[in-house]
Design a protein around this ligand. Structure first.
Ligand SMILES: NC(=O)c1ccc[n+]([C@@H]2O[C@H](COP(=O)([O-])OP(=O)(O)OC[C@H]3O[C@@H](n4cnc5c(N)ncnc54)[C@H](OP(=O)(O)O)[C@@H]3O)[C@@H](O)[C@H]2O)c1
Length: 311
């Protein structure tokens, strides 16, 4: 079956209320019947599900009878994971296992989202088969999930995004929105680190790629990140430029030492990935992060206009 094209009709999406969930639901709802759930449902159309609850997870999936299961559920706050490793393990590792067992029992493909953060950071770039060396509770819990899925689900797709960006002012929990909020609140100086490198990954590009890979029937593990090289400083500078504020907001380069107290979980010096396997198989739809951010910035430009309009 590996390599056959495969299409679906009913997709179960867990962890659908998050920043990636927004893009995945948008992509899936165009073509498929979708059941979406989350531990904190955002709309009435979403049901409640804690993926760590094996029985509830199985009941919900069985009732929907999907032909594809996509598990996006995770505790993604690195500091919270360090503070509460049990919660991190339940959502990220046990949740991954529960979904894997259900998929294997039903004989349907399973998509699990891992992370570029499983790598240790001593290489500048990481390819699909490089050896992981997780530095944090979050990364260890995600690596456990990825390995369990690889070992127990024959028809698995493990996809690794980099620094996620997407969801706009309301849903984006990560760096781009953290910078944006400072600007919206009137900051004229924003500090961003130069000594951490990563691969910014736009949720809408990632969701498009997810569906393409899942339809390809090429089961396996894939790096799937935006193209190009970036430090946090590069991303902040690009956002300020896209917002047309380069003459009003100064981006000041700092080292990660500056944020050591607030962001105490260790970050790899580099979590830049290469989508080598996707490219080999002709499945790489990821755009350069700079192009994707320019498109994504539009939602922040509109939001900023609304906030700055005199009332
Ligand atoms: N964000 C990133 O930078 C990043 C980078 C690499 C990989 N990833 C991976 O990408 C996937 C999607 O994450 P995201 O970026 O969309 O993050 P997100 O916005 O935090 O979304 C994750 C969603 O899962 C929910 N959730 C947490 N624990 C759950 C549980 N036990 N059962 C059901 N739902 C649960 C979260 O609810 P709460 O908000 O209430 O916790 C949230 O709605 C995750 O697997 C994540 O590990 C994310």
């Amino acid at each position: 079956m590996n390599g056959d094209t495969h299409d679906y009709s009913r997709i179960y999406v867990a962890g659908a209320a998050g920043m990636l969930g927004e893009a995945v639901l948008a992509a899936c709802s165009q073509h498929y019947e979708v059941e979406a759930s989350d531990i904190a449902p955002r709309t009435d159309a979403m049901s409640f599900l804690d993926v760590a609850d094996a029985e509830l997870f199985a009941k919900a999936v069985d009732a929907f009878e999907p032909d594809l299961i996509v598990n996006l559920a995770a505790e993604t706050d690195l500091e919270l994971c360090e503070h509460d490793p049990e919660r991190a393990w339940a959502s990220n590792a046990v949740g991954a296992e529960n979904g894997a067992r259900i998929a294997e029992r039903l004989g349907v493909p399973y998509v699990y989202i891992s992370t570029a953060g499983i790598f240790g950071g001593d290489q500048e770039w990481y390819s699909d088969d490089d050896v992981p060396d997780p530095l944090t509770v979050y990364a260890r819990s995600k690596l456990h999930g990825e390995r369990f899925v690889q070992q127990h689900v024959r028809r698995h797709f493990v996809l690794r995004p980099g620094w996620m960006m997407g969801g706009g002012p309301d849903l984006d929990k990560k760096f781009v929105n953290k910078v944006y909020r400072q600007i919206r609140d009137g900051a004229t100086t924003v500090r961003a680190v130069t000594d951490l490198l990563g691969s910014p990954t736009y949720t809408h590009d990632f969701a498009r790629g997810l569906l393409l890979v899942a339809r390809s029937g090429h089961y396996g593990t894939y790096n799937q990140v935006g193209g190009g090289t970036a430090s946090r400083y590069d991303v902040a500078l690009a956002l300020v430029d896209d917002l047309g504020l380069s003459d009003q907001v100064e981006v000041v380069p700092v080292t990660s030492e500056y944020f050591a107290e607030a962001y105490f979980a260790p970050r790899p010096a580099s979590e830049q990935l290469v989508n080598a396997r996707l490219r080999e198989r002709g499945l790489d739809v990821m755009r350069d992060w700079r192009v994707a951010l320019e498109e994504y910035s539009e939602v922040f430009r509109r939001d900023l206009e609304r906030h700055r309009r005199p009332r």
